[in-house]
Design a protein around this ligand. Sequence first.
Ligand SMILES: NC(=O)c1ccc[n+]([C@@H]2O[C@H](COP(=O)([O-])OP(=O)(O)OC[C@H]3O[C@@H](n4cnc5c(N)ncnc54)[C@H](OP(=O)(O)O)[C@@H]3O)[C@@H](O)[C@H]2O)c1
Length: 170
Amino acid sequence: MIKLIVAMTKDRVIADKGAIPWRYTEDLRRFRRMTMGCTVVMGRKTWDTIPDYYKPLTGRLNMVLSRSRTDMQQYDFPSVLLFNGLEEAMGFCESHLPKERDTWIMGGAEIYREALENTKINVEHLDIVTVPDNIPLQDATLFPEINWEEWVQTSHYKSGELVIETYRKA
Ligand SMILES: NC(=O)c1ccc[n+]([C@@H]2O[C@H](COP(=O)([O-])OP(=O)(O)OC[C@H]3O[C@@H](n4cnc5c(N)ncnc54)[C@H](OP(=O)(O)O)[C@@H]3O)[C@@H](O)[C@H]2O)c1
């Protein structure tokens, strides 16, 4: 199943000046727990924001999308799969990986947008963590608008300062 995971503010901010401006250990642990053993798909800019000592994300097949890069090996990460399109990446998952292995779209904004807008990409599950921070919108990166008519909430709970919601396709 293709799933999407994001942490954002109530204003849909996912980053500020090219970085995530908050740090909640609980969110990081949860992200690790949810995605462990799965495939994670991210844009090249998100990949570049991950410190080298965390790369690739362990226990997960890392897929990076880039139109400009052609070879991950030159970055010393030969185990990371590089694709020049989201459809190609999803096609690889469908044809090469076991059906029960979930694929998590993990951002950033460009990749979230294409995953939600491209009718050939069937995202079936949203996992949204809302953080309490107030970030000015001026230099912010925003999560795309969601058409909520397409989604049914499956869980909603508070965990400390975080609000965690999951949705399935209507
Ligand atoms: N709060 C959260 O949950 C969360 C999660 C993830 C990321 N983030 C933040 O989001 C920010 C990055 O988001 P962003 O939107 O600027 O960048 P991004 O989506 O991470 O990456 C954009 C890059 O991905 C490549 N790309 C995009 N669409 C593609 C496609 N269809 N096919 C092939 N390659 C494609 C291009 O790489 P090339 O330029 O190499 O061609 C493009 O420049 C970072 O600050 C990160 O920290 C936040």
